[in-house]
Design a protein around this ligand. Structure first.
Ligand code: NDP
Ligand code: 8X3
Length: 252
C-alpha cells in the first residue's frame, strides 16, 4: 500500500526538498505551509510522481491544524510519517536588544506550532502503527549555546526533550520519533532570521560549504524508511566546515 507523509514547512528549504524526495519514491504527500501559491507550484512539480494534497495553514492556529487533519481524505490516511518541520529564527542580536514580539513568534511557531501538529497527527500515526515515524526538526542550537540564539535555541531544546518524552509514551505503539538537529544549512532560514536582508544571508553562506536542503531531505527519507525495529532518537548533523568555538571571556 502507498505510504503517506505529511510535511509542514514545505513551501521552502528542508520541507520542499523533503516533498521532492518522498515524491521520487512514490509516497503520497500532504504538503503544508502558509504560502498557498508555493504549495500549488510544488504540487504541480511533483504530481507526476506522487499523489499530492496541499494543506495551506499557519501551524500556530491550533484549530486550523486540528480541522485540517480531521478533514484529510481517506486516501491520505493513516499517516505513516509526519515531518514536523515548520519553524523559524528571528533577530540574531543580543537578547537584550530583541523585541519581545519576536520571542513570542518563535515560541508560538517552534514550540506551540510543533505541538499543535504533533497532537493532531499522533492518533493517525498510532493507527498506522509499526514503522510510523514522526520527525521533529530541532537544531544544533537546541544543544549548544551561541550568541544571538536566545529563544530560538531554547525553542529547539524543547523540540529535543519533547521528542525524547514522546518516545517514552509511544512505547508499544510502533511509532518512532526523531529529533533531527541540523547545523548551518542554506535555505531561506537566514533571510527570515534577518527579516529580508539578502546580503546578510549571502554573506553567511559565502566561502564555506553549508548543508543543503537536499542533504537534510535525504536524512529525513533515510530515518523514515529504516526497518521498523530501528528508531533514531536524535541526529545532530553539521557540515564538515562547521564546528564549536572557544568559550568567550570578558576581560578588563
Ligand atoms: P525556510 O525558511 O527555508 O523554511 C521554513 C518553512 O517553515 C517554510 O516553508 C515556512 O512556510 C514554514 N513556516 C514558518 N512559519 C510557519 C507557520 N507559522 N506556519 C506554517 N508554516 C510555517 O527554513 P528551513 O527549511 O531551513 O527551516 C526548516 C526547519 O529547520 C525550521 O524548523 C528551522 O528552525 C530548522 N533548522 C534550520 C536550519 C538552517 O540552518 N537552515 C538548521 C537547523 C534547523 P511559510 O512561510 O509559507 O508558512
Ligand atoms: C539553525 C542552525 O547553525 O544557525 O538552526 O544555529 S544554526
Amino acid at each position: 500500500m502507498t505510504q503517506v507523509v505529511l510535511i509542514t514547512g514545505a513551501t521552502s528549504g528542508f520541507g520542499m526538498a523533503a516533498a521532492k524526495r518522498f515524491a521520487k519514491a512514490g509516497w503520497s504527500i500532504v504538503i503544508s505551509g502558509r504560502r498557498k501559491e508555493r504549495l500549488e507550484q510544488l504540487a504541480d512539480e511533483i504530481s507526476a510522481e506522487a499523489n499530492v494534497l496541499i494543506m495551506p495553514l499557519d501551524v500556530r492556529d491550533s484549530d486550523a491544524v486540528k480541522e485540517a487533519i480531521k478533514s484529510l481524505p481517506k486516501e491520505f490516511l493513516p499517516l505513516n510519517a509526519v515531518i514536523n518541520n515548520a519553524g523559524l529564527a528571528l533577530s540574531p542580536k543580543p537578547a537584550q536588544e530583541v523585541d519581545l514580539e519576536d520571542w513570542h513568534t518563535m515560541i508560538d511557531t517552534n514550540v506551540k506550532g510543533l505541538v499543535n501538529v504533533a497532537h493532531a497527527t499522533l492518533p493517525s500515526l498510532i493507527e498506522a502503527g509499526e514503522g510510523a515515524t514522526m520527525i521533529n526538526v530541532g537544531s544544533i542550537a537546541g544543544q549548544w549555546p551561541y550568541p544571538g540564539s536566545h529563544v530560538y535555541g531554547a525553542s529547539k531544546a524543547f523540540v529535543k526533550q519533547f521528542s525524547y518524552n514522546l518516545r517514552c509514551d509511544l512505547l508499544g505503539t510502533g511509532v518512532r520519533v526523531t529529533d533531527l538537529a541540523p547545523g548551518i544549512a542554506e535555505t531561506e532560514f537566514t533571510l527570515v532570521r534577518t527579516k529580508g536582508d539578502q546580503a546578510a544571508s549571502d554573506k553567511l553562506y559565502q566561502g564555506t560549504t553549508p548543508l543543503s536542503a537536499e542533504d537534510i531531505a535525504e536524512q529525513m527519507f533515510y530515518i523514515t524508511t529504516l526497518p521498523s525495529h530501528i528508531c533514531i532518537n536524535r541526529v545532530e548533523v553539521m557540515p564538515t566546515r562547521q564546528a564549536w568555538s572557544a568559550f568567550a571571556i570578558d576581560r578588563d
